[in-house]
Design a protein around this ligand. Sequence first.
Ligand code: FES
Length: 113
Amino acid sequence: MISLIAADEVAEGFCREVELDREQFFLVRKDGRLYLYRNSCPHLGTPLNWEEDKFLDPDGALIQCVTHGALFRIEDGLCLAGPCHGQHLFAVPFKIIDGMVSVDPARIAEATG
Ligand code: FES
């Protein structure tokens, strides 16, 4: 397992970018739970954000792609509106080990194709 970041560095309602093997991912915390996604929009494969650690819409309710405004549910990455409606962000499984968000490199390889 590879440690990415301390889980408590991701505050409620905020996101944190993490990099592994030159691929970009981000964590988001909602209702106390953490979610980890690849930072790649299903529409064009571009990063979802322009500003560091900024992935949410103005209400902080949904993940928003800055390129064409697609909106994704935080809990499962489902695109609710936009050009990739019905598609999902690629979720990466992880475990919290000794307070660190930790991933299996094989699962990262799946996420990056
Ligand atoms: S690239 Fe994300 S909505 Fe088009």
